[in-house]
Design a protein around this ligand. Structure first.
Ligand code: SAM
Length: 252
């Protein structure tokens, strides 16, 4: 399997990816905002809007890191609940292979309000520590690219989803306009590793980030992978000209 542009064994990839996120955990949120000029927040907002969370639902946010999507899911379900005067509370599990990321999430000041509604669980997307058909929605944002065996992870998402559950995969993707790809290449190959060096003192992890994005399959190819895992009515939404894409599917 590939780690950036290098070929490594699947176990080696798991170990190296762990190293990358252990080293970036403490500066993770600030780097996300810097690199995307805050735009990742809009992509995440649109992802949650598409999921349309409802009161009482349970989300599993895989590779959930510091918990952005879990928090947004609960907030939106609460707003839907107020409109409908129902009182069942939505909840979320943030599952990540790296406890340094989970610790950074738990320590966020804005997470105090979600005590008891968000659980933080250390686990691997390729072998999820959850029961069959136990959640209403699965999300994975900027995580599937790091998983060595994508089809194993997608099967796991299908396994833990209830019938009628939905899957949202948000990931960096490929530009839909070739001229933009050239500008984006210049930005990502030059600016991102430099930012990583300056802000997080870690050029290599951000170099990996750029290379792993380039290696990830294009929108239509990944859509077929999602369908092959048993998801129905899979749709693709490209954001910001294809810098990121949302793949959305149903477990029926
Ligand atoms: N979802 C969060 C967000 O959007 O801000 C975090 C994304 S971060 C770029 C990628 C996360 O994937 C890291 O927290 C990393 O530890 C996690 N990760 C990598 N490989 C994983 C795996 N096999 N299973 C679960 N999590 C994994």
């Amino acid at each position: 399997v590939s780690f950036g542009f290098e070929e490594v064994t699947p176990d080696e990839k798991v170990a190296r990816v762990k190293g990358v996120f252990r080293s970036v955990a403490s500066r993770y949120d600030v780097m996300n905002d810097l690199m995307s000029a805050g735009v990742h927040r809009l992509w995440k907002h649109d992802t949650i809007a598409k999921l349309n969370p409802q009161p009482g639902e349970k989300l599993l946010d895989v590779a959930g890191g510091t918990g952005d999507l879990a928090k947004a899911f609960i907030d939106r379900a609460d707003r839907a609940g107020r409109r409908r005067r129902r009182d069942a509370l939505a909840s979320a599990v943030v599952c990540d292979i790296n406890d340094a990321m989970l610790d950074a999430g738990r320590a966020r000041p804005d997470m105090a309000a979600y005590e008891g509604r968000i659980n933080w669980v250390c686990g691997d997307a390729q072998a999820l520590p959850f029961e069959d058909r136990s959640v209403d929605a699965v999300t994975i944002a900027f995580g599937i690219r790091n998983v060595a065996d994508r089809s194993a992870a997608l099967s796991e998402f299908r396994r833990v989803l209830k019938t009628g559950g939905r899957l949202a995969v948000l990931e960096f993707s490929h530009m839909t306009v070739p001229m933009l790809q050239r500008m984006y290449d210049t930005y990502s190959f030059n600016v991102i590793p430099k930012l990583g060096e300056l802000v997080a003192s870690d050029r290599e992890s951000y170099q990996y980030l750029v290379e792993s994005i380039r290696k990830f399959p294009k929108q239509q190819v990944f859509r077929e992978e999602v369908e092959a895992a048993g998801f129905s009515s899979v749709s693709v939404t490209s954001f910001s000209g294809g810098i990121a894409a949302l793949h959305f599917g149903w477990a029926v």
